[in-house]
Design a protein around this ligand. Structure first.
Ligand code: SF4
Length: 372
């Protein structure tokens, strides 16, 4: 199995908290998209004969492209790769780009899953985040997606916002559940360096939420989703059975994938590669046939630690005897301690975190890390 990721690095507006690679300028857009097609043609053979189980258009905001441009990428992928007939094909879309016409075009070209960047259903929060859509568009886009016959879709919501109460978060979840979402990605707001939000915090204009309030919202999220029948299959992801993201699950399970576009990452099973995070440098380098990426070969220790970090965040946990480096001898006592503390369970050699343990997933993974 393998996956294909296409990074579309353009957005309508810059959200205050975002540190992804994107540009709000339309200059050079067509040239960059041409370069991405060229990169896909040049690198398709890296996936060999592995069947492609998922294609993911991320960004940035891929939904702002003309549908014909997305269809052309898909056609190229089908021409160059062994895309499975039942492959999951996801498009990230922002509510302000959703129209009945676009939805029909996306469905006709083979998009099977939409990931909607809702973030909040409240006007004041959306304005504060600098989002390009308003609360009405957030709700209307969901109704349009359901009407268009998309079975699989997901929304993003953010918690841990400054001053957010449990009642506000509960209301957000109620709205989402009332609209029948089959999948939710919920993220705690983090203040990333070099963002407008970080600047606001430095100036004292914004006071980040405290950790206790954010942890209480995470607990509430788990309780509400469980009661509604959504499985907590990754720390930030909840889905009804049959609606888990196959593409993201393959990242967490270490499946190889090809990443196309500026800032896109690729993984071969042993090496990780990342493209330059600069639109004009990327386009020029692809055009001239010059290098535009860096590559790192992962050691067994690095590979083990990556699998711990990603695997412990999932409901399947980590199969300890399948790790490239056996971490059991040096962690025997630790694992017994986690189980005794109710932070983890051992299920047939798999270490799986409990609901309580999920609060500390990264810390536990780092404590278990293999040593170089
Ligand atoms: S739309 Fe998404 S990628 Fe673009 S700035 Fe906002 S959060 Fe970042």
């Amino acid at each position: 199995m393998s996956g294909l990721y296409l990074h579309i690095p353009f957005c309508q507006k810059a959200c205050t908290y975002c540190d992804f690679h994107f540009s709000t300028s339309t200059r050079g857009r067509e040239g960059l998209l041409d370069a991405m097609e060229r990169e896909l043609i040049q690198r398709a053979r890296e996936l060999g004969d592995a069947p492609v189980d998922s294609i993911y258009f991320g960004g940035g905001t891929p939904s702002l492209l003309e549908p014909a441009r997305i269809a052309a990428f898909l056609q190229l992928a089908h021409d160059l790769l062994r895309v499975r007939p039942d492959a999951e094909v996801t498009l990230e879309a922002n509510p302000d780009d959703i129209t009945a016409e676009r939805l029909a075009a996306w469905k006709a070209m083979g998009i099977t899953r939409l990931s909607l960047g809702t973030q909040s259903f409240r006007a004041d929060r959306l304005a504060w985040m600098g989002r390009a859509h308003d609360a009405e568009q957030a709700l209307r886009s969901i109704a349009l997606i359901a009407n268009a016959g998309f079975v699989s879709w997901t929304i993003d919501l953010i918690y841990g916002l400054p001053g957010m109460t449990l009642a506000e978060w509960d209301e957000q979840l109620t709205i989402a559940l009332d609209h029948g979402m089959p999948h939710l990605s919920a993220y705690a707001l983090t203040v990333e360096p070099r963002t407008a939000l970080a600047h606001q915090v430095r100036q004292g204009r914004t006071v980040p939420a405290d950790d206790e309030a954010t942890a209480a919202q995470f607990d509430h999220l788990m309780t509400r989703m469980k009661a509604a029948g959504l499985v907590h299959y990754e720390i930030s992801n909840f889905g009804r059975p049959g609606h888990f993201s196959r593409h993201n699950s393959s990242y967490w399970e270490g499946v190889p994938y090809l990443g196309i576009g500026p800032a896109a990452h690729s993984f071969s099973g042993t090496t990780r590669r990342w493209n330059v995070a600069n639109n004009s440098r990327y386009t020029a380098a692809v055009e001239k046939g010059e290098p535009f990426s860096e590559t790192e070969t992962l050691t067994p220790v690095q590979r083990t630690n990556e699998l711990l970090l990603t695997g412990l965040r999932t409901h399947r946990g980590v199969q300890l005897d399948a790790l490239p480096v056996d971490i059991r001898p040096r962690n025997e006592q630790r694992i017994v301690h986690y189980v005794a503390q109710g932070l983890a369970q051992l299920e047939g050699g798999r270490l799986v975190l409990t609901e309580r343990g999920r609060h500390f997933a990264d810390r536990i993974a780092m404590e278990l890390f293999a040593e170089a």
